[in-house]
Design a protein around this ligand. Structure first.
Ligand SMILES: NC(=O)c1ccc[n+]([C@@H]2O[C@H](COP(=O)([O-])OP(=O)(O)OC[C@H]3O[C@@H](n4cnc5c(N)ncnc54)[C@H](OP(=O)(O)O)[C@@H]3O)[C@@H](O)[C@H]2O)c1
Length: 315
């Protein structure tokens, strides 16, 4: 049976991918620091996310290894969180690279999470995979870019000659899972707080979870693809448009806007960073469509309507 190993597969994207690949007849092995007995038929194997151990045997003969490990970036960037955010990504990537390099039958492909946040803040044309790496002008520091570049550098440096490597620069993935941004935005909108954030002109790049999973499946199947691939819908929109679309699909006529200073204060109490909301992320993929991939949800309205309908089914 075809088998896929997912490191950090216990989180939001891991669960979405696990369900996607189980439905298609794959066996799934999840590497996690707290293994349980999942009801869905996946296997969970213990690892510490930074040293090569018995778990490395799971890579032998696997069809693919997908690494999604990363301490959430949705927190205040104080010293301890910065260390966890950076180390969880770099060390897990290094451990997987070392494990692959000693495999007798290594997985033919290694997909490692990265982020569309790596691209420079822009109101100009959308960045594709050749876009500029960089920051937003009024940012306090360059921490998220440092993390993203260190993460990708580690992936690129690992000597895994028999294994194709892909850095998945994913945009914000919208899904029904609780760790996704979608349920949070839905709650804000339903409380009448779904107005523009900041001046609302910043771009938001996004992708529906189904398209994220389909893109991962596509990247595994297409041997000619390696290196950096953006996973983002072809239609990023401004924050004001995104919030208007949320209000429309929720039939909510009012949405109080949040000015930049309100976001600063709100972010402090929500223990997150305002940069996550204010940076203009205008990112699309050139490589996926060029290789023949089509998005099932190219427009936000369709994506939100679908997610809302699926959420209602589960309520
Ligand atoms: N969700 C998005 O919209 C999005 C967009 C772009 C990029 N990404 C990236 O894609 C990856 C997966 O995202 P996600 O939303 O699925 O994240 P998630 O729900 O937070 O899951 C991440 C997983 O990483 C492991 N982890 C967390 N902190 C860790 C630490 N300190 N040390 C070692 N392992 C740790 C956890 O596994 P265990 O606790 O089971 O060990 C957790 O299940 C992340 O790296 C994220 O930055 C996500």
């Amino acid at each position: 049976m075809k088998r896929i190993v997912i490191a950090g597969g216990s989180g939001f994207l891991g669960r979405a991918l696990t369900a996607h690949f189980l439905e298609r007849g794959y066996a799934i092995t999840i590497l996690t620091r707290s293994p349980k007995m999942p009801a869905n038929g996946a296997r969970e194997i213990a690892w510490d996310a930074h040293t090569v151990g018995d778990w490395a045997r799971e890579l032998e003969g696997a069809k693919a290894i997908i690494n999604l490990v990363g301490r959430s970036v949705n927190c205040r960037y104080h010293e301890r969180n910065r260390r966890l955010i950076m180390e969880s990504r770099v060390r897990s990537t290094r451990a997987i690279g070392e494990a692959i390099s000693v495999c007798k039958t290594p997985p033919p492909v290694w997909l490692n999470a990265s982020t569309a946040t790596i691209y420079r803040h822009t109101f100009g044309p959308a960045w594709d995979e050749s876009g500029e790496i960089g920051w937003m002008p009024e940012a306090r520091d360059e921490f998220s870019i440092e993390v993203a570049t260190a993460w990708e550098r580690t992936l690129n440096e690992m000597p895994t000659s028999g294994t194709r490597k892909i850095a998945m620069r994913a945009a914000m993935v919208l899904g029904t899972g609780e760790n996704s941004v979608f349920p949070v935005m839905l709650r804000l909108t339903r409380f009448g707080l779904g107005g523009a954030m900041g001046n609302g002109k910043q771009f938001v790049s996004w992708v529906h979870e189904m398209d994220f999973c389909r893109a991962v499946e596509w990247l595994i199947a297409h041997d000619e693809l390696s290196g950096t691939v953006n996973i983002a819908s072809p239609n990023p929109i401004t924050n004001a448009e995104m919030m208007r679309t949320f209000r429309d699909v929720c039939d909510m006529p009012i949405g109080l806007p949040a000015t930049k200073w309100m976001l600063e204060i709100g972010a402090f109490f929500l223990r997150t960073e305002p940069e996550l909301i204010i940076k203009s992320r205008r990112v699309i993929s050139r490589r996926l469509p060029e290789s023949g991939f089509t998005f099932r949800f190219p427009f936000l309205r369709q994506a939100l309507e679908d997610l809302l309908a699926r959420r209602r089914l589960n309520e």
